[in-house]
Design a protein around this ligand. Structure first.
Ligand SMILES: *Cc1c(COP(=O)(O)O)cnc(C)c1O
Length: 459
C-alpha cells in the first residue's frame, strides 16, 4: 500500500485575520524595531515563526473546557481532572500546577539543589540553567558531541554521553549531584530526541548511583513520535504508550504546557514521591498559589487537561512534525543550508553558509532574520552570537559554532500554503544574499541581550 502523506486531523472552524503588509510598511517597522524581530509589533507580522511557546491553536473541546472552569480558591474540580490526566498519560502520581515551566523549575531547584551541587543535563535550557544557578548549582552538559554538530545526521542527538557522566561523578562525587535533568526533544539542540534505550540505560545508571532522574517533559510527545519512527521495536507502539513509558522511567517532571499541550499559558511540577510532593506544596504557596491551582485559573487547568489528551494522539503528532519536516525538506531541496536532521518543532537556517561575506562580529543570523522579515513579513529568531552574549570576565563576545536563524512552527496554526510562502521567501532572500549587510549594536542590554538589543546597518 502506498504511504499516504500527512494531513491535519482537524478542520478550521474560526479564523484570525492577519495583515499582508507592503515592503514600505515592513521597512519602517524593522527600522523602528532596531533590526530585532523581538521588538516588532505582532500586528506588523504576516507569518509568525518566532516561537512555538503559548502560540498553539486550542481545539473546540479545549475552548469548551474554559467554560467549565471551577474558580474556587481551593479544591477546584479542574485541578483533580488535571491531576488524574497527568497520572493517566504521564504516569506521575502528584501534580503541582505552576504559571508556566519556569515556575516549576524554580520550585524543584530550590527544593533539591544546595550550594556547590552539580546538575548534569542533555544540553542546557536558558530558564532551567538559570534556576539551577540561582539555587547554587552548576549545570554540566552531558549530551553526546553530535548534538553540537549541525551536519551530524545522528537520529538521537538528545542522548546522554555516559563517559561524561562517569567523569563528573569521578570528579565531584555522586553526593554532589542531587538529580539529573533530562529534556525530551532537546530544544537547544534543535528539537532533537533522546532514545528509549539511552533513557533506560540512564535509569539503571541513576539507580546505581542513587541519583534522582528529573524529566523536562516540555516536548515529550514529539520525542515519542521520533522513537516510534526511528527506534527498533517501537514501530507498533502508539505515541501515547511511548510517552507513558518515557515518563515512567523518571522520578519527577517539569512541564511548560505552552508547547506540547497546546495551551497559551501554564505548566506543572509532577512527581511520585509523597514526601517531595508535600515539600513542593509548601513552596508553591510562596511563589505561585495554593497547591490546587498554583499559577493557573481553573479554566486553564481544564483546557490543559484536554490538551494533554490531544497532544499524544498519533495523527496529531504525525501532522505536527510532518509540517515541520515539510518546510525543512522544501528548503533542503532548494539548496538552503539547514541543521540536520530536521527537528520536531523548528527548522534552523545556517546563516554562516548563507551569508559568508558577513563576519560573525557583524551578526549574520540577526541580519538574515531581519532580511527575511523585510522580504515577506515572516518573523524568525536569531540563535547565534547575539543570543550567546558576552563572557563576563573578558567582555568578549562568545563566538558560538552555530550561527542560526530559527523558524519555529506553532501547533495547528498555519497551513501548508503558509509553509510554501515561508520557503519561497527564504529562497528569495538567499538568492540576493550578497546584498544583505551586517549590523552593529546601537543599544546592547547587559543580560539576555537578544530580547531588547537594537542595531543599525553597517554600510
Ligand atoms: C519553554 C521551555 C521551558 C520553560 O518554560 P516556560 O513555560 O517558558 O517558562 C523549559 N524547558 C524547555 C525545554 C522549554 O522549551
Amino acid at each position: 500500500m502506498a504511504r499516504r502523506s500527512w494531513a491535519e486531523p482537524y478542520k478550521i472552524k474560526m479564523v484570525e485575520l492577519i495583515k499582508m503588509s507592503s515592503p514600505e510598511d515592513r521597512l519602517q517597522a524593522i527600522r523602528e524595531a532596531g533590526y530585532n524581530t523581538f521588538l516588532l509589533k505582532s500586528e506588523d507580522v504576516y507569518i509568525d515563526l518566532l516561537t512555538d511557546s503559548g502560540v498553539g491553536a486550542m481545539s473546540d473541546r479545549q475552548w469548551s473546557g474554559l467554560m467549565m472552569g471551577d474558580e474556587a480558591y481551593a479544591g477546584s474540580r479542574n485541578f483533580y481532572h488535571l491531576r488524574d490526566t497527568v497520572e493517566q498519560y504521564y504516569s506521575y502520581k502528584y501534580t503541582v500546577p505552576t504559571h508556566q515551566g519556569r515556575g516549576a523549575e524554580n520550585i524543584i531547584s530550590q527544593l533539591l539543589i544546595s550550594d556547590g551541587d552539580y546538575v548534569p543535563g542533555n544540553m542546557y535550557f536558558t530558564t532551567t540553567r538559570l534556576h539551577q544557578e540561582l539555587a547554587g548549582g552548576t549545570f554540566v552538559d552531558v549530551v553526546i558531541d553530535e548534538a553540537h554538530d549541525p551536519s551530524s545526521e545522528h537520529p538521537f542527538k538528545g542522548n546522554v554521553d555516559f563517559d561524561k557522566l562517569d567523569a563528573l561523578v569521578e570528579k565531584v562525587g555522586a553526593e554532589k549531584i542531587p538529580y539529573i535533568c533530562i529534556a525530551t526533544c532537546v530544544n537547544m539542540a534543535g528539537g532533537q530526541p533522546i532514545s528509549m534505550a539511552n533513557l533506560k540505560q540512564l535509569r539503571t545508571w541513576c539507580d546505581k548511583h542513587g541519583i534522582m532522574l528529573v524529566h523536562d517533559m516540555t516536548r515529550v510527545a514529539e520525542n515519542a513520535y521520533f522513537i516510534q519512527q526511528r527506534e527498533e521495536g517501537y514501530q507498533d507502539a502508539s505515541v501515547q504508550q511511548i510517552v507513558y513509558e518515557l515518563c515512567s522511567l523518571t522520578d519527577a517532571a517539569t512541564m511548560s504546557s505552552k508547547k506540547d499541550a497546546m495551551v497559551n499559558i501554564g505548566g506543572f511540577l509532577a512527581m511520585n514521591d509523597p514526601k517531595f510532593y508535600e515539600r513542593a506544596c509548601e513552596l508553591v504557596v510562596v511563589y505561585e498559589g495554593l497547591h490546587t491551582y498554583g499559577g493557573m485559573a481553573g479554566r486553564d487547568m481544564e483546557a490543559l487537561a484536554i490538551g494533554i489528551t490531544e497532544s499524544v494522539d498519533d495523527q496529531h503528532i504525525r501532522a505536527r512534525v510532518g509540517q515541520v519536516e515539510y518546510l525543512g525538506e522544501k528548503l533542503k531541496s532548494a539548496g538552503v543550508p539547514i541543521v540536520n536532521p530536521i527537528g520536531g518543532h523548528a527548522v534552523f537556517l545556517n546563516a554562516r553558509k548563507i551569508l559568508p561575506h558577513i563576519p560573525q562580529e557583524r551578526f549574520p543570523a540577526q541580519a538574515l532574520s531581519a532580511a527575511l522579515y523585510l522580504e515577506s513579513g515572516v518573523r524568525s529568531m536569531e540563535r547565534g552570537v547575539v543570543s550567546a552574549g558576552r563572557n563576563k570576565d573578558t567582555g568578549e563576545n562568545y563566538m558560538p559554532k552555530l550561527e542560526l536563524v530559527r523558524l519555529t512552527i506553532p501547533r495547528r496554526v498555519y497551513t501548508q500554503a503558509h509553509m510554501d510562502v515561508t520557503a519561497e521567501s527564504v529562497i528569495d532572500v538567499m538568492e540576493r544574499a550578497d546584498q544583505i549587510k551586517g549590523l552593529r549594536f546601537t543599544y546592547e542590554p547587559e543580560v539576555l541581550r537578544f530580547f531588547q538589543a537594537r542595531f543599525e546597518l553597517v554600510t
